[in-house]
Design a protein. Sequence first.
Lengths: 465, 582
Amino acid sequence: MRTVFLFLLSFGLVWTSTAQPGPDRLRADAPNSVLIQNATVHTVTNGTLDTADVLVQDGVIASVGTDLSAPSGVDTYDATGMHLMPGIIDAHSHIAISDVNEATRPVTAQVGVGDVLDPYDVRIYRALAGGVTTSHVMHGSANVIGGRNETIKHRYGMTHPNALRMEDAPRTIKFALGENPTRVHGESSDVVPRTRMGVESVIREALTEAQRYQALQDAYDAGDRSAPPPHSERLEMLADILSGDLIVHAHSYRADEILMLMNVLGDFGVDEITFQHVNEGFKVAPELAEFGAGASIFSDWWAYKFEVYYSTAYNAAVLTRNGVNTSINSDSPDLNRHLYHQAAKAQRYGELSDEETLALITINAAEQLGIDDRVGSIEEGKDADLALFSDHPLSIYAVPQRTYVDGTVRFDRNDDPDDMRLQVDPESVVEETVVWHDTGTRHGACMQQTGMHLHANETGVRLHN
Amino acid sequence: MLRSSIARLAARCPAMGPTARAALLTAVLFFVPFLTAHAQSNDERPAVTRTLAFENATVISAPGTQQSGVTVVVRNGVIRAVDTEAEIPYDARVIDADSMYIYAGFIDGLSQAGIEMPDADDSNESTDAPSLARSGVQPERHAPAFFDPAASRVEQLRAQGFTTAHVVPDGRMLPGQGALMALHGPDSDAATIQDGISQFAQFRGARGSWPDVVAPSTTMGVIAMMRQVMREADRRQQLEEAYANNPQGQPRPPRDAAHTALMPAVSGEQPVLFAASSAVDIRRALALQQELDFPLMLANLKAGFETVEALQSASVPLFLSLDLPERTELPSDTTDAERPAPDPVFQVGPGLELDRERTNLRLRLRDEQERYIAQATTLHEAGLDFGLTTHDVSPGDIHDRLRMLRDSGVPEETLLAALTTVPAQAFGVDRRLGQVAPGFIGNLVVTDAPLFDEDTSIRHVVVDGHLYTQDSASEGEVTGDAEAVVGAWTMTLETPQGEVDIDVTFSGDASGLSGTVVGPDGSEEQIESISFDGETLSFVVPGSQMGDARVSGTVEGNRFDGSLSAGGMSLDITGQRTPPER
């Protein structure tokens, strides 16, 4: 009876409810021009300006200075007491994609995570809540040569996957050295590689095969062959590595494998690479600098497997002081919201300057991704990707207030509703709220006798008195 | 002669079920000496007439066209007349339809009804160098090879008014080619209306689990593999053309069944039908089409409301899923008189606001469900045509779902078009299917009230001129006095070759009846779905492979008079009861 009643009721009322998520989530009509006034502006490339203004017009930084005035129709935002920095760039992430690993073969260059972007992923919004405006979304590290990565902008609210892509960002591809590919393939499937020697041979074989493929293709194009070679998506991509159209980003930890890959790429005439993780980078910092390789590292995360024991929180400082372009990444949908804290740790341990430290999560990452002409610093003419903090972003007390992408506010701590999901699974149920205090000491021990308790639901966990 | 008669009889009763059929055969064999002359004399006469005349019906010949007092004549599987003045042929079975509505048989845009795939055996295959088949690339397969028109899902869809389905093989990313199948027939070949309707595709990686899995294991792997096989098929097609023009001195081009089967899609002659439910899958299928330039159809859409503009500019045939979400009940503290919209700017305040937050989340979920339910409305209002698919839907829910679509704002005319003319056009058979008009294939749905009304029942379904009559009583429901039925019955089935006796026993009471049937060969079978309303007794003798035999008739005292229908045939059956002793 009740069901019938609800049924009858529902179609009488469908028309009275809002069928679309409100503009607050999609930000379809949000402006992309703004004058941010009276902030402490960390330009990263041109020093720090006290009580300065940044004028954004049509998504681009139009001017940076003092006492700027807003053209008619452009809103102003009073950021007195706040700190403005370039939108944070996460050089290693796996958010906003449906798949991470095509782990089936040691070489899967034919796949790309850019084919499976998911603009509905709420983790994009959570990254924005940490001031992150760009992510280098990477294939996983199960394979020696994995798939292509995608550099995205966090235009959360736009639901076409292409809207996430950072136009004209150089194409990159994931390599992985060491224990991951040897465990996934050598140990579990009994194929090469089982050792670091095997990893090297897989790379050399793959690139050699690509050279032959390209030679056959060139011969056909020159009219020396009657037929093109059998089409291979995999070899097409590997050939793009050789021609410099596809930049290698290599998951790596140990100094020996880092040297190995520089030697191998050198043999094949490839001169551009960024190493990811690079926990032993401090051992080979001069060699990395000489090759011109980038290093994208963790601040202080290690010892989660055997090859990651020899590590140091001074890695960022050692690499930086040796002239290696260094960035700090998250590789995590949680850590990416705290990249400014991660960078601050490098300062704590390596005594880098504020500017050097902020560069680790902005301009340096932009250079590694080949997008430093557009993002990574607050300069006139660059994309207006900006993060506004309540305090100095390297202070533990800093709280992100607003994040702009292309001049549009995509995170607003004050005004955004709690529920920022763009999509809700219609088959899901709203989880019953769990008040941990009510479940007894087993789950709530840490909060006993505090007069506080946590409650959790779809929007997160909160502490209440 | 005799053997062939028996074989023919058996073939005419294909959907009767092995037991009933075996019983029938045994009976015929047993009575052969007495029946021979009878059988021979009847040899030239059709066992059951294939001429039907629905007299004086209200006919909806095409969406939006309704006329009363019309007689529809179907002969040899084809609609011969749809006319107020139609002449009824001498051999027609006449059905009084003066309170009935006749629609064209429905067409399911994507179905796997009747499809049973052989088990894949890859025990000897290496995952190191997997075959295309192991990777899920099997475009050389054709649905009719795996289709059984007697499968229960076929029967269930037919009972809901579907007479035709675009049936696709089951598999992984490229399971094979779809065919337009009649949901009726002695075998798959006879049921095939048109093969090669589509190349079926889905974002589904190769089977198996780690480490016994091969590429593609992910959606991005499927997309890469689509590029690989389509581009290689394109290359091979060019090589083949060059070789055909000038074979001398040239090596024969490489050849395999899979790439050859993809060539029609590559050259634009065969559409690739992608199953794409979610918004991202719809985008991915459209992106692949843009990149590889093949004709596309999209099917099993659920979140098409998210991609309206993309669908408008793509302008491809669409088949929307009837799999709609259940509506979440509203929170108890919400007044049902007016369902409020969720607060779009809701923020938890400093106090504990669990109830408000929960309410708001439920309202949001409900809003989202309404968007899915209103997908068809949204696309219709955006000027998009669409067909429908029953994939993932329980057949018994289909008409409820159709009414949900109507109630969400899709005009009934549009819904009927989605079931008939739109798919007919998309599949290029709109001169044969989708209308009740002379010259069209004899596929009809006959209802006792307008199609989308709440209590409408489908009374008859006609496929290729074969009549399927539905029981009016709901299945398995005993509302009459069970005492009038229980006991031992001797039922006599009148076959073209003579009478066959079957022993039927019912036991039970008003809470439900059970029964058994014993054929002339002594084999015993449980009867299912027994219903009795005090007058009409109906039951089903289940068949495992060939479909069920349905018996329905009236009980008067100890007499039963009715018919047995199976496989599109209808035979008279009578019975005499010996009531149980008190």
